[in-house]
Design a binder for this molecule. Structure first.
Ligand code: AMP
Ligand code: MG
Length: 399
């Protein structure tokens, strides 16, 4: 049996980013940049005022009250009509360019003005209330590196720099197949002995959350031909993900079906709980994953193995979830020799987090995932006593 890290390495070493495409800047939100964003401009292009007030020369203010002649008015969107000379001030508004000769702005609430003259009390420092040219970005600055995920601030910066389109990595298309004679799909009434199909939906949602596009291959009964046929429908996708049927029972046919479709399987069992029977292979260079059937096992193995692969394919530099150290608020036990990924809720605990188990950790108890802010990573045959620190993979921001 492989360790989780060995399995992750075996998977990621076979994964490459997908092709690059140009998209409109708004469509780039959440995507991964495939090119550096280089500034072609100075931002802001000229020194400008950060306040409504009066532009002046700092040297004209000496500490005692001085009167300056108001010789002009500059609003945002226009340029000053002439330079500023000694003993002069100009009315200026936020964002308006500073006139040549001026080196400071005094806010209007700090002065007495009578239209023609303005009285300044106290000493104004050079640069006060002035945003210098290029304080944000200079020409040639690499403002965002490739591999970086585009967020709202990046969209704004791209627009500022005049990028109406940008090169990003293609989103992986992920075909999801559930297998099992017992499954009744959403919208159909389970017959006696059947259970609702959970995994298709939780896995497709995880695909979406990973920034990829799910394709629903539905449910295949436990028959080699049926599974193979459904898998064929998904062969155009970038990734195949199946659930269930990867154990050692005689109805566990997914591995055979994947091989029939031309996949070469690279690994099977990983020493973890929940999980263990997870299959990874490649078909024509494209990854295929056979995840276990229990709903929690399917989601946790997706987290640890499929999600990093999808992030890598989507071009991301950082493919792992953040981890935090948390204080166990109760004993967290991991019986059995396999490493445990135990569902915990996190609460604020001083400057850090406190972790508490979500309750029963059975791999069929999906409520444990609903309640989970993270997965506590615990070595086999180990109990973390209350008060000790534990490593937690963050699945979401704790509330
Ligand atoms: P298997 O790996 O086929 O032995 O399945 C393990 C467990 O997961 C069984 O209890 C199955 O009924 C259950 N299971 C398999 N597929 C699904 C699914 N799509 N939704 C909910 N439970 C499932
Ligand atoms: Mg089964």
């Amino acid at each position: 049996m492989l360790t989780v890290e060995e399995a992750q390495d075996a998977i990621l070493s076979r994964i490459e980013p997908l092709a690059v495409e140009r998209v409109d800047v708004m469509a780039a939100l959440g995507r991964v940049l495939a090119e550096p964003v280089v500034s072609r401009a100075l931002i802001p292009p000229w020194a400008n005022s950060s306040m409504d007030g009066y532009a002046l020369r700092a040297a004209d203010t000496r500490g005692e009250p001085v009167k300056l002649a108001v010789v002009g008015r500059i609003v945002a969107g226009s340029m000053p009509s002439r330079p500023l000379r000694a003993g002069e001030a100009m009315r200026i508004f936020t964002g308006a360019p500073l006139p040549d000769g001026a080196d400071a702005v005094v806010p209007q609430e700090d002065v007495a003005a009578d239209g023609e003259r303005v009285t300044i009390r106290g000493r104004i420092e050079t640069g006060a209330c002035v945003r210098p040219a290029g304080e944000d970005v200079r020409v040639g600055d690499v403002v965002v590196q490739p591999g970086h995920v585009v967020g709202a601030a990046e969209v704004g910066l791209l627009a500022t720099l005049g990028y109406s389109q940008v090169r990003v990595f293609r989103r992986p298309r992920v075909a999801v197949l559930s297998t099992g004679n017992e499954l009744a799909d959403l919208g159909t009434e389970p017959t006696p002995g059947q259970i609702p199909n959970t995994n298709t939906y939780s896995l497709m949602a995880q695909v979406l959350e990973a920034g990829a596009e799910p394709i629903n291959l539905g449910v295949a009964p436990d028959r080699l031909e049926s599974i193979t046929e459904r898998l064929q429908w998904g062969l155009a996708a970038d990734v195949l993900v199946t659930s269930a049927g990867v154990s050692v029972g005689e109805l566990d046919l997914v591995r055979d079906a994947l091989e029939r479709c031309g996949a070469e399987l690279h690994l099977w069992q990983v020493s973890m709980r929940p999980g263990k029977p997870i299959t990874f292979g490649t078909r024509a260079g494209r990854p295929v994953f056979g995840l276990p059937g229990n709903p929690v096992s399917a989601m946790v193995t997706f987290e640890l193995f499929v999600r990093p692969a999808l992030r890598r394919m989507a071009g991301a530099r950082a493919v792992d979830r953040p981890r935090v150290r948390a204080r166990a608020l109760e004993a967290i036990a991991n019986p059995g020799f396999r490493r445990g990924y135990l569902r915990v809720t996190l609460t604020r605990d001083g400057n850090g987090y406190g972790a508490r188990l979500t309750g029963d950790q059975g791999s069929a108890i999906l409520r444990s995932m609903v309640l989970a802010d993270g997965l506590a990573v615990v070595t086999g045959d180990t109990t973390i006593p209350a008060g000790d620190a534990v490593d937690v993979i963050l699945l979401r921001a704790p509330s």
